[in-house]
Design a protein around this ligand. Structure first.
Ligand code: BGC
Length: 340
């Protein structure tokens, strides 16, 4: 049976609860109201249970953290150049929280606010209201994320509505480590993408899509993440590793990527309806203590953030991600675990 318990208190004095969900195989996930964050995702491997995601033991850890471990990111995940958007001829200035750009929804984006958690049967539901002008975004937004664990798969359904046109790109920012410790450099990864978005200064897309063929970015067949990560490729050098949006092949709800850990035989597929995934190999994780005293550092986890392409609001050649009143943003991503 799902359970709810006190996780802690935010610095604003808000009570932050945790909701734990289970599947019939004894796998479990804990989602906390702060940022509707996946705080733990414990999966049974052949070698025993593994907490497969990075995170903290306390609300303060999440408040002070800079890595977005497991959080829900929005209104617009990834970067908006110059923190400016123009909708129907009207310009809006957003929070410049990274190199003059708007990153992950601004300083107090959806990752950094309390969501209200409740259960709908076995599903944990989190709702949050973002007022008009928050971090510069136009209109009120109501958002919801639903988490369900079924047969080793965490299903996440994102939903949002607005009362003024506003770009929306909600994602989850779990960092995975299928071994539960160490680095992810010897995990194998597959990403079903023929191209990725080239980035320039500030990790902002240049608009060019680069073919992965013959480059260190080719993960169309399973390959250890660390195999080519130190190659002499300007894109890799600038980002200190992978931190790029892959243009996922196909469309609709489909399998797009997989991770595997040979040591304990645990694998995970990602299924999504989104067109892109940010592959971020934890290049800037600085040394710190995470959950249960586990030491984190560079490459301790890999984030696979399903998303619309970065800077879409300023790139007419990318998809228009403006959500308009009367429309519903709705997207589903699944982290489905299996044994090798
Ligand atoms: C970004 C990285 C960033 C990380 C933590 C990722 O989504 O692409 O550049 O360092 O989030 O903020």
């Amino acid at each position: 049976m799902p359970e709810r318990f006190l996780f802690g208190t935010s610095s604003k004095g808000e009570r932050i609860d945790a909701l734990r969900i289970f599947d019939s195989k004894g796998n479990s996930a804990v989602i906390i109201e702060y940022g509707a964050t996946v705080q733990s995702l414990v999966i049974n491997s052949k070698e025993g249970p593994v907490d497969t995601v990075l995170g903290y033991d306390s609300v303060q850890g999440y408040e002070n953290g800079t890595c977005y471990y497991g959080t829900t990111v929005g209104r617009v995940a990834n970067r908006i150049s110059n923190a400016l958007i123009c909708i129907d001829g009207e310009e809006y200035s957003l929070t410049r929280n990274e190199n003059g750009n708007c990153h992950h929804g601004g300083t107090f984006g959806m990752h950094d606010v309390k969501w209200d958690g409740s259960f709908d049967g076995e599903t944990a539901v989190f709702r949050c209201f973002s007022p008009d002008g928050e971090e510069g975004f136009p209109g009120n937004m109501e958002a919801e994320v639903r988490y369900r664990l079924d047969n080793g798969a965490l299903h996440m359904v994102f939903r949002a509505v607005v009362d003024k046109p506003c770009p929306v790109n909600l994602t989850n920012h779990c960092y995975f480590n299928l071994a539960g410790e160490g680095t992810i450099l010897d995990h194998d990864m597959r990403v079903g993408a023929d191209r990725y978005t080239e980035t320039g200064a500030g990790n902002i897309p240049t608009g060019r899509l680069i073919d992965v063929e013959g480059t260190p970015f080719d993960f169309r067949a399973m390959k250890p993440i660390g195999k080519d990560i130190d190659c002499d490729d300007p894109q890799l050098i600038a980002a200190r590793g992978y931190d790029h949006n892959y243009c996922l092949n196909g469309n609709g709800f489909r399998e797009v990527a997989a991770l595997e850990c040979r040591d304990n035989g645990l694998g995970m597929r990602i299924i999504t309806d989104m067109p892109g995934v940010q592959v971020y190999s934890g290049n800037f994780i600085t040394e710190e203590k995470g959950k249960n005293g586990t030491l984190y550092g560079r490459n301790s986890g890999i984030a696979l953030e399903t998303q619309f392409y970065p800077d879409s609001p300023n790139r007419p050649e990318f998809m228009d991600i403006t959500l308009r009143p009367g429309e519903v943003f709705s997207s589903e991503t699944v982290y489905a675990f299996y044994s090798l």
